[in-house]
Write a protein that binds this ligand. Structure first.
Ligand SMILES: [Mg+2]
Length: 272
């Protein structure tokens, strides 16, 4: 389905309520471009205070998980809420609030070594190209080219591909103006969502996962919750989408999330 053909989530609240039914929504929200405006450099992205306040309110009574390609520690710093769950590094690293006992690390030493090798090679071969930002994270690596001149971008892509091809155990995925290198393991944001729901024993008849994201990697969440939850794509999307609804930007995401704070609920809080 193309994004423009999808119903607008804010126009579809009664329908979404119908899907949720007697269950409680559980929120799985991307960071960049979804709960924070996109920034030209990853370190400049900030979660607006209004969004943080709404997430804090929701997390008092719901499962709220921020699911991002960012490094787990970086994501925690940016969101800065002790009551939410974090799935960083595209879900390869998951951590719950203090005392929750929820923690997951997918991949081991071999994967880390492959990423370090690639990181070293990329630094060596890309440092002369202006605007390239290499972000080495715990379990993945991003090569941002948002600030690279248009005519230099094919060269960046060629070098990234060569490095991935020559480093066993890694795979390349695309994001918004970013090349993502990840361990070649059967894991993604969608598996992370399902893992967390399973870990917390939040079954289909208890909760309705509500996934919101703006990029290709978020499609994995949308696919994972098909037939179970509700998914919303933000912005124009990366192409055809598996989402059910659309929203234009993080401001609309904020408005959408606020409707769940205001929602009068007679359902008991979940003990997560
Ligand atoms: Mg995003």
């Amino acid at each position: 389905m193309t994004v423009s053909g999808l119903p607008w989530a804010l126009d579809s609240l009664p329908e979404i309520e119908g899907t949720i039914g007697a269950r409680k929504p559980a929120f799985f929200l991307d960071f960049d471009g979804t709960t924070a405006p996109l920034a030209s450099r990853p370190e400049q992205a900030k979660m607006p205070r209004a969004v943080r306040e709404v997430l804090a309110e929701l997390a008092g009574d719901h499962l709220v998980c921020v699911v991002s390609g960012r490094d787990l520690a970086d994501l925690r710093r940016k969101v800065d809420l002790a009551t939410v769950y974090y799935a960083g590094d595209h879900g390869y690293r998951i951590a719950g609030p203090p005392g929750s006992g929820v923690e997951l690390e997918v991949g081991g030493l071999e994967e880390r070594l492959a990423l370090e090798t690639a990181s070293y090679e990329l630094e060596r071969r890309l440092h002369t190209i202006e605007g390239v930002v290499i972000e080495a994270k715990g379990a993945s690596l991003s090569v941002h080219y948002r600030l690279v001149a248009e005519d230099q971008r094919p060269l960046v892509e060629r070098i990234v591909r060569e490095v991935v091809d020559s480093t066993p155990g890694l795979r390349l995925t695309a994001g918004k103006l970013v090349h993502e290198l990840r361990p070649h393991l059967p894991w993604d944001k969608g598996r992370a969502v399902l893992w967390l729901l399973g870990r917390l024993r939040l079954h289909r008849d208890l909760v309705c996962p509500l996934c919101v994201g703006d990029d290709l990697t978020d499609e994995d969440m949308f696919v994972a919750v098909r037939g179970w939850g509700v998914s919303v794509i933000v912005g124009e999307g990366p192409g055809p989408t598996k989402a059910h609804y659309r929203l234009d930007d993080y401001g609309e995401v904020l408005e959408f999330l606020r409707t769940f704070v205001d929602r009068k609920s007679d359902k008991p809080p979940l003990s997560v």
